[in-house]
Design a protein around this ligand. Structure first.
Ligand code: AMP
Ligand code: GLY
Length: 420
């Protein structure tokens, strides 16, 4: 079958890499893709937020299956457009993707199905929000309701920080995303990511992972999109996974179906674990980045079969074939990230690294200029390895990192520390 993947990050490189290994895959196109993706698929320059353009492209290229990577096309209704055109699609409708696109909506769903999550209140004007944080005190969490490229959440340690965040949001610092503000109880504990495929009725857990959101070693420095990840996350024990399924994931799936907006795609639950209990921090309506890089390295070719079972409503018949393995990815980013950084620096040494089912350098922000690989984004490479133990995966990944010659790049040296 001919497959189109939408997106251009490390997540989409990892998805393309896994899908490509499956014998069902015929032509593989990624839009817009990047320099790494171009080594294993055709890249197409289409506007992935434009559902009609995606549908036209699918017709012209006899695409049988569309896999949507990022949240923006989901929130823009691209899955609605492709499904309406009769194209098999992996990814939720815009109505279902509100589980990521609106934090207030997610809270409403949690209330309706009694899923454990932080206590909260919603506000559309600053004075009432300020009064609420003054009454509740710090630490407290202030969130812009809508999509804000991962920047709309302020975990305020002091009252002043919370008040400043409220003012910023209502002053338009996050645009329309901040027109409504959700203020939440601060939850302490250990965070982990849980990935569950659902076709709207059935659900299939496909793995756990832990991300490292801070830029610097020891989980210090500014927040980023993620500096590394590993899978599985030992903190999410089988018992806790069952609890999360029973108390959070399945009730959410039933509630979405009850509302007439069944959720089809991957439900990525951010969970906070404390004292043997997990609570929902947030949902994402897509795969995580860089968590997908470690999930795909562990799943390999079967990933396509699982995504197809999801898109065709047959997850009850699907099964994950697990190897008893671990995978770890180290993000190499441009110096300056997540602040300002320069583009165009040359990356050397990648061509000499063997690409195998146990080690891959997935590309995020890269561009090939006259055959030379250059950095064109903040997060640039996802150096990923698999091993029989997490320690082995980690030493393999860092051996690869050390073989890459990119003086303008940096990475954390402690990915996986919590589990090791
Ligand atoms: P989100 O965009 O909702 O994932 O939030 C980003 C990060 O903020 C999460 O991954 C958590 O680390 C943190 N966070 C969000 N909500 C809470 C909360 N209620 N309590 C503690 N930390 C939170
Ligand atoms: N790694 C965090 C995310 O994908 O949202």
């Amino acid at each position: 079958m001919n497959i189109l993947i939408l997106g251009s990050g490390g997540r989409e490189h990892a998805l393309a890499w896994a899908v490509k290994q499956n014998p069902k895959t015929g032509r593989l196109i990624v839009a817009p893709g990047n320099a790494g993706i171009a080594t294993l698929a055709d890249c197409a320059d289409i506007d992935i937020l434009d559902g009609a353009a995606v549908v036209d492209f699918c017709a012209e290229n006899t695409i049988d299956f569309v896999i949507i990577g990022p949240e923006a096309p989901l929130a823009a209704g691209v899955a609605d457009a492709t499904r309406a055109a009769g194209i098999l699609t992996f990814g939720p409708s815009a109505a279902a993707a509100r589980l990521e696109a609106s934090k207030a909506f997610t809270k409403e769903v949690c209330d309706a199905c009694a899923a454990p999550t932080a206590a909260y209140a919603r506000f559309t004007e600053a004075a009432a929000a300020r009064a609420y944080v003054q009454a509740n005190g710090a630490p407290i969490v202030v969130k812009a309701d809508g999509l804000a490229a991962g920047k709309g959440v302020i975990v305020a340690e002091t009252l002043d920080q919370a008040l400043a965040a409220i003012d910023d949001m209502f002053d338009g610092a996050y645009g329309a995303a901040g027109a409504e503000v959700v203020i939440e109880e601060f939850m302490s504990g250990e965070e982990a990511s849980f990935f569950v495929l659902t076709d709207g009725t059935h659900a299939l857990p496909i793995g756990t992972a832990q991300d490292h959101k801070r830029r610097d070693d020891g989980d210090t420095g500014p927040n980023t999109g993620g500096m590394g990840a590993y899978s599985p996350a030992p903190v999410l024990t089988p018992v806790l996974q069952e609890q999360a399924m029973a108390q959070i994931i399945l009730p959410t799936i039933r509630e979405m179906a009850r509302r007439g907006t069944p959720y089809q795609g991957v439900l990525y639950a951010g969970l906070m674990i404390k004292d043997g209990q997990c609570r929902l921090v947030e949902y994402n309506a897509r795969f995580g980045d860089p968590e997908t890089q470690v999930l795909m390295m562990r799943l390999g070719a079967q990933a396509l079969d699982l995504l197809l079972a999801c898109a065709t409503g047959q997850l009850d018949k699907a099964k994950v074939h697990w190897a008893d393995d671990h995978a770890l990815t180290v993000v190499m980013a441009s110096r300056g990230y997540p602040g300002t950084y320069s583009r165009g620096s040359v990356i050397r040494g990648l061509a000499a690294l063997p690409e195998t089912s146990s080690q891959m350098v997935f590309h995020a922000g890269t561009t090939a200029v006259d055959g030379t690989l250059t950095a064109s984004g903040g997060r640039v490479l996802n150096v990923t390895a698999r091993g029989a133990t997490l320690a082995e995966a980690r030493s393999r990944a860092y051996a690869l990192v050390d073989a890459i010659d990119w003086p303008e790049g940096f990475c954390r040296r402690d990915i996986g520390w919590r589990a090791l």
